[in-house]
Design a protein around this ligand. Structure first.
Ligand code: ADP
Ligand code: MG
Length: 260
């Protein structure tokens, strides 16, 4: 598996913070009649790297989309960096400012260049001067190792390059938390590692990350905790080693037998 070849500096992987980054307390959500999230309780400390695993339709995307209010929960509490998500639009804005999100499909603007994609929000949302926004953008394009693509359009880049642009675009907003929803699922196998490498780099820098992914090599090497979801519930969670070698629930065992 691509994840197995990742170069990870274990010494940078310790989590020592006692600061809570994200807290979900008894979170429930319905899509109409359908009860999609059931009593979700999850506390993520600053600097933690959580991998969320589980079968398709188990509510993984819905759960992480609730964290930046792309979806609304109906019951329970979600607190991000001390700010509770309610209908207060100011709070929602504050939370979104701190939470970056990367999707399976990169959601870049096709008619804008890479540089324009990266500077759009900093200029228009953050009111950053264009020159400064471009400097920041180039810095992050270097970090994801494609500064030479700055003046091309998304359609001229490979999937792996586009996903690295999407990550760089999030980083330009200087988030404190990064959410990833199957960032490598739409990529050809040979491009998966270049995206995972960028994610490893973020982890080594201490970024708080919640990643929905099927890359179990990444989970083993980078996550400090794996959350397993099924039918809208967190069924079990553990350190990766224990999660993979000693799953507790039948549903987890079944899932692992299918994926590994
Ligand atoms: P996962 O990411 O684990 O595959 P999702 O969170 O996308 O799961 O979906 C969980 C369940 O909610 C699925 O049964 C899905 O069909 C349903 N669902 C997702 N989005 C919506 C929506 N906007 N309206 C109604 N049902 C939805
Ligand atoms: Mg999903």
């Amino acid at each position: 598996a691509p994840g197995e070849e990742l170069a990870v500096d274990r010494s940078k992987m310790r989590v020592s913070s006692t600061e809570v980054a994200i807290e979900m307390v008894d979170v429930n959500k319905w899509y109409g009649e359908f009860h999609v999230l059931r009593d979700i309780n999850l506390k993520v400390m600053r600097g933690e790297r959580i991998v969320v695993a589980g079968p398709s339709g188990s509510g993984k995307s819905t759960m992480i989309r609730c964290i930046n209010r792309l979806e609304e929960h109906q019951k329970g509490r979600i607190v991000v960096d001390g700010k509770e998500l309610t209908n207060d639009l100011r709070k929602i804005d504050e939370v979104r400012r701190e939470v970056g999100m990367v999707f399976q499909h990169f959601n870049l603007f096709p008619h804008l260049t890479i540089l324009e994609n990266l500077t759009l929000a900093p200029i228009h949302v953050r009111r950053m001067p264009r020159r400064e926004a471009e400097e920041v953008a180039m810095l992050y394009l270097k970090r994801v190792k494609i500064p030479e693509q700055a003046h091309k359009y998304p359609g001229q880049l490979s999937g792996g390059q586009q996903q690295r642009v999407a990550i760089a675009r999030s980083l330009c907003m200087n988030p404190r938390v990064m959410l990833f929803d199957e960032p490598t699922s739409a990529l050809d196998p040979e491009m998966i590692k270049e995206v995972l490498d960028v994610m490893v780099g973020l982890a080594e820098e201490g970024m708080t990350m919640v990643c929905v992914t099927h890359e179990m090599g990444f989970a083993r090497q980078v996550a400090n905790r794996v959350i397993f979801m099924d039918a809208g519930q967190i069924v079990e969670q553990n350190e990766p080693e224990a999660f993979f070698t000693n799953p507790q629930h039948d549903r987890t065992k079944l899932f692992l037998s299918q994926i590994l």
